[in-house]
Design a protein around this ligand. Structure first.
Ligand SMILES: [Ca+2]
Ligand SMILES: [Ca+2]
Length: 274
């Protein structure tokens, strides 16, 4: 079976991040290709030296970052509703693709603080918008002062919308919601929910998460056939057991190829406090 490298992406407070093909477990199978395996061991978040170090960039001016060996912590101000952190797992101009039978797995470990506290429900619905994109020849390779960048215009890709909260908001969102970016003209990658509709598939009721607790997200894209792309996600950590996961298969004659010159990004819809 052909195993071709591809892409992976970016995170929130990553204390551990790994991207490889294929994968179905915590450790990459022996026949996989590791694209990124960054534990922030170098204590630096802007050093791009794949596969051991991926540069992680933020989009908001007011976000501060502290980095120490083992973790990068992004703190955004209480007046900032969200930030976007991104990185590139493939060198510019060296696109890679998933063939039929290939899978791309991204595993990242992170923790939040300042998720909507118990007793403050309202309309807040904090969560993670995570995606794997094709940067299509234009990239953002530095910290910026805005999440809107012309380089995101035209980037195709897939996303996972998944909530993180300590207490449920007034309207409880779906646990796992797999999306494809279908409106490509926005320069703000994750700002509009409508850019990613209709959903490829969604299911589940989210648990209550806990501040300052390590959680591990596994996100996998597998090409089952020329027209079938399977998406899988799981989150473990804290008091979660191994049953918090979801998988869905998209049937499309035009699958997006997230592994071609890739970038990744996430967006957390929550206010974080240092
Ligand atoms: Ca690094
Ligand atoms: Ca681009």
């Amino acid at each position: 079976m052909k195993r071709i490298a591809a892409a992976c992406s970016a995170f929130v407070v990553p204390v551990f991040m790994m991207c490889y093909i294929p994968a179905a477990s915590a450790a990459p199978p022996p026949n996989s290709i590791v694209l990124v395996n960054d534990t922030i061991a170098d204590g630096d978040r802007t050093n791009q030296a794949l596969p051991d170090s991926i540069a992680l960039f933020k989009a908001q001016t007011n976000t501060t970052v502290s980095v120490a060996p083992g973790a990068a912590t992004f703190n955004w101000s209480t007046t900032t509703s969200a930030d976007l952190v991104l990185g590139y797992f493939a060198p510019a101009g060296m696109p890679v693709s998933l063939g039929v039978g290939d899978a791309l797995t991204i595993q990242l470990t992170f923790s939040f603080t300042g998720l909507n506290p118990v007793g403050i429900p309202g309309t807040q619905s904090p969560g993670l918008r995570f995606g794997v994109f094709d940067s299509r020849g234009s990239r953002v390779e530095t910290d910026t002062t805005s999440a809107s960048q012309a380089a995101y215009n035209g980037d195709t890709g897939y996303a996972l919308f998944t909530p993180f909260y300590q207490s449920p908001p007034a309207t409880v969102p779906t646990a796992f919601d797999f999306r494809r970016r279908v409106v490509l003209t926005s320069t703000n990658l994750f700002n509009s929910n409508n850019d990613f509709l209709p959903s490829v598939g969604s299911s589940g009721t989210p648990p209550n998460f806990v501040d300052a607790t390590d959680y591990t997200l596994v996100y996998r894209i597998a090409r089952l056939s020329a027209t079938e792309t399977q998406f899988y996600a799981s989150i473990t950590g804290g008091s979660l057991d191994n049953t918090y996961n979801y998988s869905v298969t998209e049937t499309s004659a035009t699958p997006t190829r997230p592994s071609t010159t890739s970038s990744g990004a996430y967006r957390a819809r929550t206010s974080r406090r240092p």
